[in-house]
Design a protein around this ligand. Structure first.
Ligand code: FCB
Length: 480
């Protein structure tokens, strides 16, 4: 395989003034210190400690030990020259039971972290929920229960009160698709339930919580407080655009995967076709009067996480199709959809088994910006897992991750193409700053631009991190 890598300065020159460059992480994936600082248990503690749920029995108990190493991790970001950092707050650190008392130690941890970032000149982009629901709320029903959305609104208000002076843009949720369908339909993620109707109720309560949370934050901090949400918008297309069955399969995946979220959040309505498709599973009676209006708030940015395209195909009877990267788990995440598979074309794949196709990111951005021209876009996650090898070169540790570097080069170029075509894209966040706890794959899938040796916690900037740092540096140098 020969990889193409663009010259960093040439690539940087394609981005406008003020474009933000960062890296992203999530609390449970990096913090560790699971039982420290007054933190309560989350569904990911329970899930990862349940044998058979996570590869190799890995847990986030220690992860990257970021809870103790945040200062040196900020120094690392500074060394890389990054101007932004996307992180998430652990709800169970701030409100250990998911309701009631606030845990001062948790608030203080985030105050120190956010202050440290600001002092280092790094703008934090904060996500309130990146999958670590306090366990007591799951015990009371979890996201399929309306109560969880109400508790989330309280939690958002607490965060606004306690941390409002340190946070610019608030992201309500990361990839609610994963929470709803991987958590409650396929069981690949915590809490590991396989109940299709519950998954659809979770979809609705996540949409509702997004709106309630955004409104609670704006009630505390002012109506002009910037709000965003990050969606893993599925870039789905039909295998054969001339085959009506493939086109229909695409409609179904797009409906469940995208429009059930973009509908209420960005358009103020659920898509009628998807409500009809799912009628055999649920009557949607959990959608109460006014909910959809509540979910529809002004968004100051839409975050998109993109890794790979999905090429949907209607399967012949008895045929088995590819999973499209989401097939793991006891059941399908695509509730009510049968006989649909995903093509796995010839070409480059990452260690997640995800097909590499940068041009699809350009198309995805173009599509979203034509549908929602008033909403600026931010690529809040993009990156790749590859098998990494640490080599010793005259006493210096190096990781020559050429595949990952090429992935970044291709995809950052794809973002530039979208900007050239007129899209309003404000920033790009590499997933991830550090190798970390990759959910059900534990520590087996490395996404970092910085390598982590988990037994020693030693950090080593990979070649991809060095290359990315050059892009960011060249952009800054060209626009003082
Ligand atoms: C996304 C998640 C992120 C990480 C990447 C690889 O779905 O938001 O936490 O696991 O995938």
């Amino acid at each position: 395989m020969t990889y193409e890598i663009t010259d960093p300065a040439a690539l940087a020159a394609r981005f406008p003034d003020g474009f933000r460059w960062g890296s992203a992480t999530a609390a449970y994936q990096v913090e560790g210190a699971a039982d420290e600082g007054g933190r309560g248990p989350s569904i990911w503690d329970t899930f990862s400690r349940t044998p058979g749920r996570v590869l190799n029995g890995d847990t986030g108990d220690v992860a990257c030990d970021h809870y103790h190493r945040w200062e040196s991790d900020i120094a690392l970001m500074r060394e890389l020259g990054l101007d932004s950092y996307r992180l998430s707050l652990a709800w169970p650190r701030i409100q250990p039971d998911g309701s009631g008392a606030v845990n001062r130690e948790g608030v203080d941890f985030y105050r120190r972290l956010l202050t440290g970032l600001r002092e280092a000149g790094i703008e934090p982009l904060v996500t309130l929920y990146h999958w670590d629901l306090p366990q007591p709320l799951e015990d009371a029903g979890g996201w399929p229960s309306r109560e969880t959305a109400l508790r989330y609104a309280d939690y958002a208000a607490i965060c606004a009160r306690e941390l409002g002076d340190l946070i610019g843009t608030w992201t309500t949720f990361n990839e609610p698709w994963c929470t709803a369908y991987l958590g409650y339909a396929s069981g690949h993620h915590a809490p590991g339930r396989t109940e299709p109707a519950a998954a659809l109720a979770a979809v609705h309560h996540l949409n509702l919580a997004h709106g309630l949370g955004a409104r609670a934050i704006r009630a505390e901090l002012g109506e002009d407080t910037p709000i965003s949400v990050t969606l893993n918008v599925h870039a789905v297309r039909p295998s054969d655009p001339g085959d009506p069955a493939d086109v229909e399969a695409t409609r179904r995946i797009d409906g469940l995967g995208n429009r059930l979220f973009t509908g209420p959040m960005l358009e103020g309505a659920y898509p009628q076709d998807v409500l009809e498709d799912t009628a055999p599973i649920t009557d949607w009676s959990f959608v109460l009067d006014g909910d959809v209006e509540t979910a529809h708030v002004r968004l100051d940015a839409l975050g998109i996480n993109y890794y790979t395209p999905m090429i949907a195909r209607a399967l012949a009877p008895g045929e088995v199709g590819g999973s499209g990267g989401h097939g793991e788990g006891a059941a399908s995440p695509w509730v009510g959809v049968e006989g649909v598979g995903f093509d796995e074309p010839e070409g480059e794949y990452t260690r997640m088994g995800w097909y590499v196709e940068p041009a699809t990111l350009t198309a995805l951005i173009a599509d979203l910006s034509s549908r929602y021209p008033e909403v600026p876009l931010v690529v809040t996650e993009n990156g790749a897992a590859y098998e990494d090898v640490v080599v010793d070169e005259g006493g210096e540790r190096r990781v020559h991750d050429v595949g990952r570097t090429a992935y970044y080069s291709g995809h950052i170029g794809a973002v530039a193409d979208a900007i050239d075509a007129g899209a309003d894209v404000r920033g790009y966040f590499a997933w991830s700053l550090l190798d970390n706890f990759e959910w059900a794959f534990g520590y087996d899938r490395r996404f970092g631009i910085v390598h982590v040796d988990f037994p020693t916690q030693e950090r080593t900037v990979k070649d991809s991190g060095r290359w990315y740092s050059e892009v960011v540096g060249a952009h800054r140098a060209s626009r003082p």
